[in-house]
Design a protein around this ligand. Structure first.
Ligand SMILES: [Zn+2]
Length: 183
């Protein structure tokens, strides 16, 4: 069976602030019973993650589904360092900070890799503005997002709109993107 993921990415968090912001969101997820407090071996991108909680169905409509709860890989992975999140198969288009929608340059994979080394060095030129903007200022969802803070839910049913809205509120005024895909 293939694995799916939904990543809520804070695209504005600095690396220095990401731990504190992660703790703020985790406190809420724990308080609402959305994820467990203990970590276990249940995610693909890290050693351990937080499993589904007792009361998550209040926020994730299909959260009590047995085929999800019974899976080995069904945890939340929290990343507080620079990461790129890509949904394979989505159209390779993005919007510049001024809202011009366009195909991404062919070398967008390399630009993403450059962002991991040095965010300031990763820029994309808008074909309409004819100006370059930092990669992080582009709106690239649902294809991809880059950020220093992300919450990746492995094999979870669709996260409810209310839940995503609450995470957005907790991280405001930062922008968040939801990147969902299948490996
Ligand atoms: Zn533009």
């Amino acid at each position: 069976m293939s694995d799916t993921f939904q990543a809520i990415v804070d695209v504005d968090a600095s690396e220095a602030a990401s731990e504190e912001l992660a703790a703020r969101v985790l406190d809420w997820l724990w308080a609402e019973g959305i994820v467990s407090r203990e970590k276990s071996d249940n995610v693909l991108g890290a050693d351990a993650g937080y499993g589904p909680g007792d009361r998550l169905a209040a926020w994730v409509p299909e959260g009590d589904d047995e085929s999800f709860r019974g899976r080995w890989t069904n945890g939340l992975e929290v990343s507080t360092s620079a990461g790129v999140y890509v949904a394979p198969g989505e159209d390779e288009v993005g919007e510049c900070p001024r809202g011009h929608r366009q195909p991404l340059p062919e070398e967008w994979g390399e630009i993403m890799a450059a962002w991991l080394d040095n965010p300031d060095a990763a820029v994309v030129i808008c074909t309409t503005c004819e100006a370059e903007y930092p990669l992080a200022e582009w709106h690239l969802a649902p294809l991809l997002a880059v950020g220093n803070l992300a919450f990746t839910f492995w094999n979870w049913p669709p996260l409810g709109d209310r839940m995503v809205a609450e995470v957005r509120r907790l991280l405001a005024p930062h922008r968040i993107e939801l990147i969902a895909g299948k490996l």
